[in-house]
Write a protein that binds this ligand. Structure first.
Ligand code: ADP
Ligand code: NI
Length: 213
C-alpha cells in the first residue's frame, strides 16, 4: 500500500502542478494532513491508508479543473492495487463533492473524514482565497449588490455561474459547518466561519454595502 501511496503522491504533484483554480497539489496536501489529523481524533476504526489515498486522488477529475485524468480506480489498478481497493476509492471520491447540497451522503467513515477535510479547506482564510481564485478563473463576478443570493433546486442550477463569489459564501460556504461529520472538523469550522464573517463585514464597510454576514 505504501508504494501505491507514493505513486499517487507523485502523480498528483505532477497532474496538479499548474492548477490555478484552487485545486492544486497544496490543496490536496492540506486535505491529506487535515484528514489524518481528523483520524487521530476519531474513536471508530478507520483505514488511514484509504483515507490518505482518497485525499490524494479526490480532485484529479474535478470538473472545475477542466483537465481529464484516468479515474482514481484505473490508476490504482495500474499501480498494482486490487479491483476491490480501486472500487472503494472511486466510491469514496464520488461521494465527497458538495454538488450544491444535492450529493448523496458518504457511505464510509473514510469518505466522511476526507469530505470534512476538503470542506474545511473551503472555509477560513484559505477558503476565502480559494473561492476568489476559483471565481476569477471561472469568470464570475467578485461581488455585486444588485445580484441576490440564490436558492437552488438542482445541482445543474448550482453549477451555473450567474452569481458572485461573495454570494457563494451564503450559497455554499456557510452551509458547510452544519454538514460536517466529525467533532474535530466541527470545532475547527467554527473558528474559520467566524473569521469569514469578520472578512465580509470589513469588505462591506470598505465598499459601502452591507453584505449580510
Ligand atoms: P463543489 O464544486 O461541489 O462546490 P468542491 O469541494 O469541489 O465542491 O469546491 C471546491 C472549491 O471551489 C471550494 O473552495 C469552493 O468554494 C470553490 N467554488 C465552487 N463553486 C464556486 C463558485 N461558484 N464561486 C466561488 N468558488 C466556488
Ligand atoms: Ni478538494
Amino acid at each position: 500500500m505504501r508504494t501505491i501511496l507514493d505513486l499517487a503522491d507523485k502523480y498528483v504533484q505532477e497532474a496538479m502542478r499548474h492548477d490555478c483554480t484552487g485545486h492544486d497539489y497544496l490543496h490536496v496536501d492540506r486535505v491529506r494532513t487535515m484528514a489524518l489529523a481528523i483520524c487521530r481524533g476519531e474513536n471508530s476504526v478507520v483505514d488511514t491508508e484509504v483515507v490518505e489515498l482518497v485525499a490524494l486522488l479526490h480532485d484529479i477529475n474535478d470538473a472545475k479543473r477542466q483537465c481529464a485524468s484516468p479515474s482514481a480506480g484505473a490508476l490504482i489498478v495500474e499501480w498494482g492495487g486490487s479491483e476491490k481497493l480501486a472500487k472503494r476509492i472511486d466510491t469514496a471520491i464520488a461521494e465527497i463533492g458538495f454538488k450544491g447540497g444535492f450529493n448523496s451522503p458518504p457511505t464510509s467513515v473514510e469518505a466522511e473524514i476526507v469530505q470534512d477535510a476538503d470542506r474545511l479547506d473551503a472555509l477560513g482564510a484559505i477558503g476565502i482565497a480559494r473561492a476568489f481564485a476559483y471565481g476569477g478563473h471561472a469568470g464570475q463576478k467578485l461581488l455585486d449588490p444588485e445580484i441576490p443570493v440564490r436558492h437552488f433546486t438542482s445541482e445543474n442550477e448550482y453549477r451555473k455561474l450567474t452569481g458572485t463569489t461573495v454570494n457563494h459564501f451564503h450559497e455554499k460556504l456557510f452551509r458547510l459547518p452544519g454538514l460536517l461529520h466529525t467533532a474535530t472538523a466541527k470545532r475547527l469550522a467554527e473558528e474559520r466561519v467566524a473569521f469569514m464573517r469578520i472578512f465580509l463585514r470589513q469588505l462591506g464597510d470598505e465598499c459601502g454595502y452591507e453584505f449580510s454576514p
